[in-house]
Ligand binder design. Structure first.
Ligand code: NAP
Length: 258
């Protein structure tokens, strides 16, 4: 979507998207911009978010963000000021090792980005979100939270913790003008597996072989739907899977064409 295209509905306020340099975050920034939000894109790869922000036009800004670094979160949130929508999307998985061979540093990194990153961003922006008078927090979880699979324990545990955080936040903010939603995607074809397998493109490609996975845009459209409901409607939890995926580990794979 180019910056010259008219917005669907102008003046929805400011949206922050973490992990907006690729995949679901990038697509969400584009979808929210098209829906009339001013978007602040955060990620570590500033060249990528600057290019996306340029593409989206004057309503979009790119700011360096490492959700695992408290000082970076602090600087980012100070720069953002008040916002109406926070999409906690930054995160992902590292490795597919069985528990017997678990690498604690990968578990810590997954917990840090997926869970503590969400905590840091939410805590820092919450006063401004409440002050906006009509705010939404969307956490990007995963079906991995409630459908654990062999090799996934570190990621499963992190997303299960995020699920708990979303639930508790919803309870703690009852009576405040803030909606809390969690979207839990199944398989989405992004750089997720490339990152999980440390840049092994062949191994990452095998994950999606024969499966029609969701696209990042499929999830972004759901997030934009959540963010554009009337103020009294809270889409508490949304689970979205490809038709080819009945459970995290139960996939229909088409045979390769002869
Ligand atoms: P992706 O293309 O690898 O995107 C991950 C994004 O997170 C990147 O923009 C990355 O940006 C950002 N990120 C990672 N660590 C960060 C940090 N410390 N600080 C700031 N940003 C950070 O994968 P994706 O599929 O779009 O993943 C987005 C979210 O969806 C993740 O939370 C993932 O767990 C979740 N999810 C994915 C799937 C799937 O099948 N793809 C399914 C369910 C849930 P930088 O590297 O530039 O910082």
């Amino acid at each position: 979507m180019g910056g010259d295209e008219p917005s669907a509905s102008a003046g929805r306020g400011t949206a922050v998207v973490t992990g907006a340099s690729s995949g679901i975050g990038e697509a969400t920034a584009r979808a929210l911009s098209a829906a009339g939000f001013e978007v602040v894109l955060g990620a570590r790869r500033t060249d990528a978010i600057e290019q996306i922000a340029d593409d989206l036009g004057p309503g979009a800004r790119a700011l360096f963000l490492d959700v695992t670094a408290p000082r970076s979160v602090e600087a980012f949130c100070r720069e953002v000021g008040r916002c109406r929508l926070l999409v906690n999307n930054a995160g992902g998985a590292l490795g597919l090792d069985p528990i017997a061979e678990a690498d604690e540093s990968k578990w810590l990194q997954m917990y840090d980005s997926n869970v503590l990153g969400t905590l840091r961003m939410t805590r820092a922006l919450l006063p401004g979100l409440i002050a906006s008078g009509d705010a939404i927090i969307v956490n990007v979880g995963s079906i991995a939270a409630f459908e654990p699979y062999p090799g996934g324990a570190g990621y499963n545990a992190a997303k299960a913790a995020l699920r708990a955080l979303s639930d508790v936040l919803r309870m703690e903010l009852l009576g405040k003008p803030v909606r809390v939603s969690e979207i839990d995607p199944g398989m989405v074809e992004t750089d997720f597996s490339l990152v999980r397998f440390g840049g092994d493109a062949e191994r990452a490609a095998a994950v999606y072989r024969g499966v029609t996975a969701l696209t990042a845009t499929d999830i972004a459209e759901c997030i934009a739907f959540i963010a554009t409901r009337p103020s009294h409607v809270d889409i508490d939890q949304m689970v979205v899977r490809p038709r080819d995926q009945a459970r995290a580990h139960l996939l229909h794979r088409s045979p390769p064409a002869p």
